[in-house]
Ligand binder design. Sequence first.
Ligand SMILES: Cc1cc2nc3c(=O)[nH]c(=O)nc-3n(C[C@H](O)[C@H](O)[C@H](O)COP(=O)(O)O)c2cc1C
Length: 219
Amino acid sequence: MTAHSSPDDALSRHTDYGQLALEEGALLPDPIEQFRVWLGEADSEGIYEPNAMVLSTIGVNGTPSSRTVLLRGISDHGFAFYTDYTSRKGQALDAHPHVSLVFPWYPLHRQVLVTGVAEKVSVNDSDDYFASRPRGSQIGAWASDQSQPIASRNDLEAKVQAVEKRFKDVDAVPRPDKWGGFVVKPETVEFWAGRRSRLHDRIHFYRTADGWQTKRLQP
Ligand SMILES: Cc1cc2nc3c(=O)[nH]c(=O)nc-3n(C[C@H](O)[C@H](O)[C@H](O)COP(=O)(O)O)c2cc1C
């Protein structure tokens, strides 16, 4: 990491965004299919963690909170991610299932915004995904009571060691009940492409009884 740039430089820069037009006719009629295309492009363009998304939830007391999670599945049901159900976000989703997702692909001058409703994925899906994780992550899921305070890093390492000991003779670490997936069923999906002079393109998909419709939004 170099130390040549000041925070003020970062605050005052005015990057003019790309010239790639986003035309309604060039988008697939199903936003989930269109999302797959853009995710593939983000990956082939070398975006770091292209499946990282900012998930915003409404807390038990109505306070919003946001954090990054990794998209692990896309299907007709929606956008799936995995987490600890007892975490802050897990508790928030129990109280208020409405969420928003942001895929911030800044180097491509693109973002995708999703709003929708989250529900737990099936136990089978959670089992399958948990089984595909590296053993260290499986142990970590048991050891960490995500979002709860802990006195020190040493205390956390001690919890990890206790879990490792517990499963030392077990080949396949089982999934803890408290850990699993959510799938966000989209209600709106907006494709945003940066254009010159902040005159960006925004194509907003929304669900109707007749299927997906689109409208163009002003930048
Ligand atoms: C790139 C990145 C990917 C992450 N992926 C996940 C994830 O898939 N699941 C998860 O529970 N936390 C993930 N995290 C950690 C979360 O951002 C967050 O710290 C954690 O889930 C606790 O959030 P909460 O206290 O709001 O529930 C990720 C963080 C980063 C920076």
